[in-house]
Ligand binder design. Structure first.
Ligand SMILES: O=C(O)CCC(=O)C(=O)O
Ligand SMILES: [Fe+2]
Length: 210
């Protein structure tokens, strides 16, 4: 995002840290290219009958609402794409920078790569299908979104709305690991055209504990 008004790093809730502009532009472009290379983005069908507006491809473990599998059980049954070592390195760096502590032991083995077109959003939910309570590391690319970060009790107030721009890092762990969160909207057209991405991508790195 625009460097004229640098946005400060902020602890949104205990264990939930927003680091604006964490990834430089070249790293963002490389990550967009990697996301383009992963194939199989699909809108997950929820047991409720709903279909997510976000399109997702998974690495390491495939997420089917609400469990993980090594195969695309809601698709053609093929094996999930591998979780690349370099993405684990990025996750460790993100965690270390967000919390200001070493994070060599952090070993994410799942990534959900979410694509939001101009109309996509994500309802308030907890990331609770993992058997580990290790932090979630989230990276955003392209259009800015409104990220709603709530409490661990329910989908409602209190929550804080944070704008996540391209290159922003958001980590939630500790007392916030099971906080409800969602994306009520993106802000279409806010991405830097030079990034070559129309819409928004978000990667959440997690430890499956599986
Ligand atoms: O797109 C985001 O920033 C959040 C994604 C998310 O919460 C999820 O994939 O579970
Ligand atoms: Fe989530």
């Amino acid at each position: 995002m625009d460097a004229l008004l640098p946005r400060p790093r902020a602890e949104i809730a205990p264990g939930a840290v927003h680091v604006p502009d964490w990834l430089g532009f070249d790293a963002q472009r490389e990550l967009v290219e990697a996301c383009r290379g992963w194939r199989g983005y699909r809108s997950a069908r929820l047991p409720s009958g709903g279909v997510m507006s976000v399109r997702t491809v998974c690495l390491g473990w495939h997420w089917v609402p609400y469990r993980y599998s090594r195969t695309i059980d809601d698709g053609d049954g093929s094996p999930v794409l591998p979780f690349p070592d370099w993405l684990g390195d990025l996750g460790r760096r993100g965690l270390a920078d967000a919390y200001g502590v070493p994070a060599e032991d952090y070993r994410p083995d799942v990534a959900l790569v979410n694509f939001y077109d101009a109309a996509a959003k994500m309802g308030m939910h907890q990331d609770k299908d993992e058997r580990s309570l290790a932090p979630v590391v989230s990276l955003s690319l392209g259009d800015t979104c409104v990220f709603r970060f709530g409490n661990t009790e329910n989908r409602g107030q209190p929550y804080t709305d944070v704008e996540l721009g391209s290159g922003d890092l958001f980590v939630f762990g500790g007392a916030s690991r099971l906080a409800y969160h969602g994306v009520p909207k993106t802000l279409p057209g806010t991405a830097d055209p030079a990034l070559g991405l129309t819409g928004r991508l978000n990667l959440t790195l997690r430890v499956s504990g599986l």
